[in-house]
Design a protein around this ligand. Structure first.
Ligand code: IMP
Ligand code: MG
Length: 180
């Protein structure tokens, strides 16, 4: 195993986006949001579990009047999406008339994102924006515009910085990609 490689359960991963590159990007995204939403009050909706680290790092950099809430969805089993969404923690904040920013760790097929956006539309929010750290353009099959994307990545499985492989790897400070 090479020194940049790590083992998680039965799979090997190699470092793909280093910690400092992620941190700079998070700061850049926060600054864009601060300037685009200047003078507005916003509510961030983080999608658990994957987005919790990105959400914390991003939210800390927000200089607006802001709140954050979380929903918990699950669609992945192992290294691929099941296409079916389970809602494990639902919606408990009154979002009517609010400017909402969805925080995602990664947008893959977009099924999770679409589910989240549909749930905001029926709650009569004022406006919906989306920030994701990672986007897999080749896998993304939805028309919903993603306002803020950290990194576009190939259609490969990644872990770290909140993202998991069967529950593990979320605590890695960098993003790692699967070695085949
Ligand atoms: P989608 O519904 O197919 O867009 O998948 C979205 C969710 O699946 C993300 O919020 C992640 O939690 C998970 N996911 C998608 N791709 C990956 C990956 O490469 N590594 C780990 N989790 C992933
Ligand atoms: Mg997620």
């Amino acid at each position: 195993m090479k020194s940049s490689e790590i083992q998680i359960l039965d799979k090997k991963f190699r470092e793909y986006i280093p910690e400092d590159v992620i941190n700079n990007k998070v700061l850049e995204l926060a600054e864009r949001i601060n300037s685009d939403f200047a003078g507005k009050e916003v509510i961030f909706v983080g999608v658990l579990n994957g987005s919790f680290i990105f959400a914390a790092d991003l939210f800390r950099r927000i200089r607006l009047r802001a709140r954050i809430t979380f929903i918990k969805l699950a669609s992945y089993a192992g290294t691929s999406s099941t296409g079916e969404i389970r809602e494990l923690i639902g919606w408990n904040e009154d979002l009517k008339g609010k400017s909402v920013i969805i925080i995602e760790d990664i947008v893959d097929t977009g099924v999770t994102l679409e589910h989240t956006v549909d749930n905001l539309i029926i709650r009569n929010v004022k406006e919906i924006s989306i920030v994701t750290l990672l986007l897999k353009p080749e896998a993304y099959g939805k028309k919903i515009n993603i306002d803020y994307t950290g990194f576009e990545i190939p259609n490969e499985f990644v872990v770290g910085y909140g993202l998991d492989y069967n529950g593990e790897g979320r605590n890695l400070p960098s993003v790692y990609t699967l070695v085949k």
